[in-house]
Design a protein around this ligand. Structure first.
Ligand SMILES: [Zn+2]
Length: 87
């Protein structure tokens, strides 16, 4: 009956990496928190802590305004993982 959880272990990846400051130009570090449609992942799915989630939302919104991250993706361009094609 229980649904399989997509994200099993919940811990803050940014705390683990000891991130104190995030730069909106470092797009690679944002990809943990973007869904396949480049939406910001909610904290309940990623397990990020409040402090880092707040940083991420600010940084992603800045990156969007600077056109480093798309606001939306059309249905045909959906990728399994954001920035996969850039690596
Ligand atoms: Zn954290």
């Amino acid at each position: 009956m229980s649904e399989k959880r997509k994200y099993k272990k919940r811990y803050c990846k940014y705390c683990e990496a000891k991130v104190d400051f995030m730069d909106y130009k470092e797009v690679a570090s944002l990809r943990f928190s973007l869904s396949e449609r480049y939406k910001i992942m909610p904290r309940r799915l990623t397990g990020n802590c409040k402090r880092h989630q707040d940083m991420i939302t600010v940084v992603i919104k800045r990156a969007r305004a600077a056109a480093l991250v798309p606001y939306t993706v059309s249905r045909k361009q959906v990728v399994t993982a954001p920035f996969e094609n850039l690596r």
